[in-house]
Design a protein around this ligand. Structure first.
Ligand code: AMP
Ligand code: ZN
Length: 215
């Protein structure tokens, strides 16, 4: 079992990069944000537990996250390769992942640290629109759909995430700085960190990541 980790603040482009890598590689995309949104929608116990945290732009407790990751991993072959999108988000989650992988002889290969200026993050988040049916990510200005409000892939309706409102965005940026940014040093020490300048186009970011993956 192998994994790469996509690390970056809200709006850094983790979701868009994931979609690119899904097409170009055989990594299995595991997004805790997508899993939690699906749980919320279906009204499952995990969804009920996560709801208030997500709406406030706060982190869902580590125990919940580690549980859904363990369950997700158990569904795939032992040889599977994962790209974790939005996980881990705290040092304790990273330690939990280490433990999980230790038990299953898994290795983390690369941690891609998506670096984006704060102004760019804010612009990306306020303009972001997501497909209700497939989760594809658009941007009103940077990545507009061919037809306004409609997904290019499957014709699904595009919506604005509830946590992409201005107040919640500011809180999520703060949560990232306090709770997630310490992972940069954590993975630097393990020589796993790969800095990626991710403030320009999705194609450039994707190419930089592919370069490292194929090296
Ligand atoms: P995302 O789609 O990755 O931006 O995640 C949306 C929201 O889901 C976050 O603001 C958190 O409330 C929650 N969430 C997603 N992944 C995690 C995680 N690894 N740890 C804690 N909360 C998470
Ligand atoms: Zn769609």
């Amino acid at each position: 079992m192998e994994a790469i980790i996509l690390l970056g603040g809200p709006g850094a482009g983790k979701g868009t990069l994931s979609e690119f890598l899904k097409k170009q590689t055989d990594f299995i995309h595991v997004s805790t944000g997508d899993m939690l949104r699906a749980a919320l929608k279906s009204g499952s116990p995990v969804g009920l537990e996560a709801k208030a945290f997500m709406e406030a732009g706060a982190l869902v407790p580590d125990s919940v996250i580690l549980r859904i990751i363990e369950e997700r991993i158990s569904q795939e072959a032992a040889s599977a390769r994962y790209m974790f999108d939005g996980f881990p988000r705290t040092i304790d989650q990273a330690k939990g992942l280490d433990l999980l992988f230790k038990n299953k002889s898994g290795t983390v290969k690369h941690v891609f640290n998506l670096i984006v200026p704060r102004e760019t993050l804010l612009k990306r988040l306020t303009g972001r629109r997501v497909c209700k049916s497939c989760g594809a990510v658009y941007h009103l200005i940077n990545i507009p759909p061919k037809k306004a409000g409609v997904c290019d892939v499957d014709g699904g309706e595009l919506y604005q995430r509830a946590d992409d409102s201005e107040d919640t965005i500011l809180n999520r940026l703060e949560v990232y700085e306090k709770q997630t940014a310490p992972l940069i040093e954590f993975y630097q020490k393990q020589k796993l960190l790969r800095d990626i300048a991710a403030g320009h186009s999705a194609a450039e970011t994707g190419a930089a990541v592919l370069d490292i993956l194929s090296a």
